[in-house]
Ligand binder design. Structure first.
Ligand code: GDP
Ligand code: MG
Length: 348
């Protein structure tokens, strides 16, 4: 049937959706498609019983219009809230970091441009942010990227906390921002709404502690929990090739505990975790839920947003990696000579 459609294939080859529909139709079958990604154990649903779940740190993304102060805020948090008793701040840029506040509670910040993180992750169906901080400069207006950030958060169902930044500036007018937000149906708490907000100066660090308290308050409402007592899985934040160390991948553990020696499959890459480092470059033996780590040992650089998972069985991980590699190769061949249903129909 394929040959008669002008599709030259062997029996081991996968067919694209359009061809499948036509071929099945030839034989009187109707095809129902399920999600293309749901083909292996990678996407198997995690089912944890309630008693195995323990609280985990919130994972926070900072978004907002350019120059409104995202980097300043992330830098301030990174520099000031270093783990108690730990000397030196965070030196490495690893795309995510975890801070411990004075009260001992922890927050994980994604240190990647929020918009990109959101779109890349969502494109791969990985939801990794629990809370979004929307930074708005109080000496400016609600700008296009502010609106975009807000709609990203709303579409993902991620609660927002509004940081009204640059209030140290003489021309700052936070009420103007509150007003504009209310025009978008976003009513901040001071105005009787349910969206938390905090005036800050990211540059000087004023009230950033209060902002973080609100993050923790929001986190408490979300009752974020995970089971640390299982094989780790999570998402790739970024990866690159390092001259001396080979492939270096920053992973965010979402569930379970990742350990040195674990066999990891991430996207179409795999390998044994040779070493694991935190954002200070310190060696770790293990990392639990909500903890970002840099790992060494993969055979390549997975893509940001790829899911990762630990496999007991090394050969299973390898065979899934190979399958994905092959699938991707086939897909890229297909997109090169893409056939539409219409074109196929014409050929018949
Ligand atoms: P981003 O593009 O959102 O990452 O913004 P940046 O953090 O790079 O900040 C843009 C500019 O605004 C920089 O010159 C910062 O020093 C300045 N800035 C950021 N936050 C504040 C603040 O709270 N007060 C003042 N006065 N300037 C700020
Ligand atoms: Mg920036």
């Amino acid at each position: 049937a394929c040959f008669s459609l002008g599709v030259m294939v062997t029996m081991n080859q996968r067919l694209e959706a359009d061809t499948l529909l036509l071929v099945a139709d030839e034989f009187g079958y109707k095809i129902e498609f399920s999600d293309a990604d749901l083909e292996d154990s990678e996407t198997e649903e995690i089912v944890d019983s309630e008693e195995d779940l323990v609280p985990r740190a919130p994972i926070v993304t900072v978004m907002g219009h350019v120059d409104h102060g995202k980097t300043s805020l992330l830098d301030y948090v990174r520099k000031t809230n270093v783990i108690a008793g730990e000397s030196g701040g965070i030196t490495q840029h690893i795309g995510a970091y975890n801070v411990k506040l004075e009260n001992g509670q922890r927050i994980t910040f994604l240190d990647t441009p929020g918009h990109e993180a959101f779109t890349a992750m969502r494109a791969r169906g990985a939801q990794i942010t629990d809370i979004a901080i929307i930074v708005i400069a109080a000496d400016d207006d609600v700008m296009p990227q502010t609106k975009e950030a807000i709609s990203h958060a709303q579409a993902a169902g991620v609660p927002m906390i509004i940081a009204l930044n640059k209030v140290d500036k003489p021309n700052a007018n936070p009420d103007n921002i509150r007003q504009q937000l209310s025009g978008m149906n976003i009513l901040v708490e001071e105005w009787g709404g349910n969206v938390q907000s905090q005036e800050i100066s990211a540059k000087f660090g004023n009230n950033v502690d209060l902002l973080l308290e609100k993050v923790l308050l929001q986190a408490e409402l979300l009752e974020l929990k995970a089971n640390p007592d299982r094989n780790a899985q999570g998402v790739v934040i970024e990866a690159s090739l390092d001259k001396g160390r080979g492939y270096v991948s920053t992973m965010l553990v979402q569930s379970g505990t990742l350990r040195v020696g674990d066999y990891v499959l991430a996207g179409k890459n795999h390998g044994k975790v040779k070493a694991m480092l935190d954002e200070r470059g310190k060696n770790l033996a293990e990392a639990g839920p909500s903890i970002p780590v840099t790992i060494l040992g993969l055979d390549g650089a997975p893509t940001a947003g790829d899911k990762f998972k630990v496999y007991e069985d090394e050969s299973e991980a390898k065979s899934i990696a190979n399958k994905r590699e092959q699938l991707q190769r086939e897909l890229s061949i297909r997109t090169k000579k893409h056939t539409t249903l219409e074109e196929l129909g014409r050929r018949i």
